[in-house]
Design a protein around this ligand. Structure first.
Ligand SMILES: [Zn+2]
Length: 175
C-alpha cells in the first residue's frame, strides 16, 4: 500500500488499486492521526467492494450461468459451453477454450477486475466455440458485446502496466 499526499487536496480522500497495489491519496495538510484514520477507512471500503465483487462472480457454477446468459444475449444462444471454470494456473492468458470439447477456462486473476471485463473474456471464448480463429468473422461476433472495445482497452492497460513493472510478465493474452 502507498499513501500519497497532495498539496491540491483539501478534505477529499481517494483510494484505488494500481497494478495490484492500494494507493490512497490524502490532503498534504493531514496530521499523522488523520492519515491513519482515513487510510484504515479507505482500505476497509476497498475490501468491502472487492468482497461484493467476489460474491457476485461466485464459483464455477455462477460462471457457467453467466456464460449461458451472455451466449443468449449476444450470440443468439449458439455457443453452448460444456464447462466453464476458474483456473489459478493460467498466468499468461486471461481466458482459453477448447472448441473440440466445449470447455472454457478463465484466469482467477480476472476476479479482481470489473465485471464487464470478465464478461468480455467470456464472450471472447464463447465466440471461439463458433469460430476458433481470430478472423474477421470472429471479431464481428465479439463486437456484438457492447463493451468489447472498452474491455480490451482495460486489459491492454493492465498488460502494459505489468510489462513496465520489474520482472513483469508481458504478453498476457485472451486466447
Ligand atoms: Zn481468442
Amino acid at each position: 500500500m502507498e499513501v500519497r499526499r497532495s498539496a491540491r487536496r483539501r478534505r477529499t480522500v481517494t483510494a484505488y488499486q494500481e497494478s495490484g497495489r492500494t494507493v490512497v491519496l490524502i490532503p498534504a495538510a493531514f496530521t499523522p492521526a488523520e492519515e491513519r484514520r482515513w487510510v484504515a477507512q479507505m482500505v476497509a471500503k476497498l475490501q468491502t467492494r472487492e468482497e461484493r465483487r467476489r460474491r457476485s462472480l461466485g464459483g464455477d457454477e455462477e460462471l457457467m450461468g453467466r456464460a449461458r446468459a451472455l451466449s443468449a444475449a449476444h450470440l443468439d444462444g449458439v455457443p453452448q459451453p460444456a464447462s466453464v471454470r476458474w483456473v489459478g494456473n493460467q498466468q499468461r492468458r486471461w481466458g482459453s477454450c477448447t472448441p473440440a470439447d466445449g470447455s472454457i477456462r478463465l484466469s482467477s486473476r480476472l476476479r479482481s477486475m470489473p465485471e464487464y471485463v470478465v464478461d468480455y473474456v467470456l464472450v471472447h471464448e464463447l465466440a471461439h466455440l463458433i469460430e476458433p480463429s481470430h478472423d474477421a468473422r470472429f471479431w464481428a461476433l465479439v463486437a456484438r458485446y457492447p463493451r468489447a472495445e472498452r474491455a480490451r482497452g482495460f486489459l491492454e492497460g493492465v498488460e502494459s502496466v505489468r510489462a513496465d513493472g520489474a520482472g513483469g510478465d508481458d504478453g498476457d493474452l485472451v486466447d
